[in-house]
Ligand binder design. Structure first.
Ligand SMILES: [Zn+2]
Length: 410
């Protein structure tokens, strides 16, 4: 016996067979309903002669059952095989769902080709070869069409057809990347048909009606290679739980936004716009505050002539906290010389350790020279042009720097 009977009779869970060979933990049978790993579907689990089956593989015209421990039976013995019902049923549902998803792809995607397929305990992946961008809307539509096809209770059937006949039928999808085993027998091919929905060459196990699949939830989308889009989905408890989680998140978001579930996207978009507007307002208000603070810096009569008339020895000098050097520098330049009677120089010192200094001059004083004197006295670095200069990393208390700037040069 070479082929598994599982694809033709996927409903069989228990059978008797004669042991043909025993090689360590590897056993072959006169016939088997265990499905060997292949075509993207994992190997069946279960028991053989009371011993757990660890793996099932198709090797050189034989289905090899690898047991979890040595069996104790010999060639010629009759043994009972029990296919694990939960896992097989899951695989049948998941596998058939992939055909239904591909059928949905036929209705939504351009230049469609089969790029691959695989089942794990948690999820199923189908790789679409398509020129269509599977964006969120397309993804949701795929899921909607799949669940619609499940509800429509479409019969699923399988038949063996001549390869030439099947290949010549453009309606049949060929999964060449994972169905090498099926294709190896070159004169015939097994075609699985979801009535009115999809036809594909496939050697896996399937349910007999789409309604057996139950709810299907799309999990994610990715790009495993050029021209390929991978869609991952779940059936069964994983599908149900994921849907509940998504629903819970959506309701929580709606509650937070104070809107109905259908209005969440609009509400989030509105909130983002409001946030941007507020950020703009905040920026301009901070600028106004900063300019006000710089304008409010005390005027220092450095030459003591007492007239405060804006000559080159009357400076605005003081500490400006809460803003970075660049912002303070811009504010200082906008303020200096804004009034013929205003002081000729603005020298602002940042707060905190290692403060910065910015100096803006209307012209009579060289701002770069002022910064040079500060860094020569206190360290740090900086420089600039006659009308504007700045320094940073000053190794002094801000008050000491202010006091230094308020002193006339020696
Ligand atoms: Zn299949």
């Amino acid at each position: 016996m070479s082929d598994s009977l599982a694809p033709a009779h996927p409903e069989v869970r228990e059978f008797e067979a004669t042991v043909e060979s025993v090689d360590g933990r590897d056993v072959t049978l006169s016939e088997t309903y265990f499905y060997p790993e292949g075509g993207g579907q994992p190997a069946d689990r279960g028991m053989l002669g009371g011993v757990a089956v660890a793996d099932v593989q198709s090797r050189e015209d034989a289905v090899v059952h690898t047991l979890a421990e040595p069996s104790g039976f010999d060639a010629g013995d009759t043994v009972t095989g029990v296919v694990d019902d939960d896992f097989r049923t899951y695989c049948m549902r998941a596998h058939t769902a992939s055909h239904v998803l591909y059928g949905a792809g036929r209705r939504l995607l351009d230049d469609l080709g089969y790029g691959g397929f695989g089942i794990t305990d948690e999820k199923v992946r189908v790789d679409f070869e398509t020129s269509t961008d599977i964006d969120d809307d397309v993804l949701v539509d795929l899921e909607r069409l799949v669940n619609r096809a499940v509800w429509d209770s479409r019969p699923v059937s399988w038949e063996t057809r001549a390869v030439e006949d099947a290949r010549g039928d453009e309606g049949v999808a060929f999964n060449d990347k994972t169905e090498e085993d099926v294709m190896a027998d070159a004169d015939s091919v097994r075609v699985v048909t979801v009535e009115g929905w999809d036809e594909a060459a496939c050697g896996g196990t399937h349910v007999s009606n789409t309604r057996e699949i139950g709810p299907v939830t799309v999990l994610d989308r990715s790009n495993p290679g050029k021209g390929l889009t991978r869609v991952e989905f779940a059936v069964g408890p994983v599908a149900i739980d994921r849907r509940a989680e998504t629903h819970r998140e959506l309701r929580a978001a709606a509650r937070e936004a104070g809107v109905a579930v259908d209005g969440v996207a609009d509400a989030v978009s509105r909130l983002a716009d409001e946030r941007d507007d507020l950020a703009d307002d905040l920026t301009s208000l901070r600028e106004e505050v900063l300019v006000g603070r710089v304008q409010g810096l005390p005027t220092v009569d450095r030459d003591g002539d007492g007239d405060g008339d804006g000559d080159a020895n009357d400076w605005r000098v003081g500490i400006v906290e809460g803003f970075d050097a660049n912002a303070v520098g811009e504010a200082a330049q906008s303020v200096v010389g804004d009034d013929p009677d205003a002081p000729d120089v603005v020298a602002a010192v940042g707060g905190g350790p290692a403060p910065f200094v910015v100096v803006a001059s209307a012209g009579a004083v060289d701002a770069g020279e002022v910064i040079d004197r500060v860094t020569a006295e206190f360290g740090g670095g900086g420089g600039g042009a006659p009308t504007f200069a700045q320094g940073g990393g000053i190794d002094a208390d801000p008050d000491a720097v202010v006091a230094f700037l308020a002193e006339p040069e020696a």
